[in-house]
Design a binder for this molecule. Structure first.
Ligand SMILES: [Zn+2]
Length: 111
């Protein structure tokens, strides 16, 4: 349940206010809605008090989860590039190994 306390307070005020208003205008009884509204008000007051006493305790675990997911994605990416063990000399276009620092054909520095 991620409904904040003020929402319960507003809902409780609306439900109790409407049921009291309809009850006073008509013959039919809305006592049940009035008590439901009182329950919402009580929950809203309770949640607001809890949030004031214990501020932002639930938000830390949610903030750490996205960082773990991005780290897993970064670790998976290098495995896809295993086929490119060869590169081409930028000067003479000869195929050279990645382990070579210089081109064997023209001597151009490769890295
Ligand atoms: Zn070369």
């Amino acid at each position: 349940m991620k409904i904040p306390g003020p929402v319960y307070l507003i809902l409780g005020l609306i439900v109790t206010g409407l049921s009291w208003f309809i009850d006073s205008k008509t013959e039919s009884s809305f006592a049940l809605f009035f008590y439901i509204g009182l329950v919402f008000l009580a929950v809203g007051v309770f949640k607001t008090i809890v949030k004031i006493i214990i501020p932002k305790q639930d938000e830390q675990p949610f903030a750490q989860k996205p960082q773990q997911q991005t780290q897993q994605k970064i670790q998976q990416q290098p495995q896809q590039n295993n086929n490119s063990n060869l590169k081409y000399c930028p000067r003479c276009r000869v195929q050279v190994s990645l382990s070579n620092n210089f081109c064997y054909n023209c001597g151009t520095r490769l890295r």
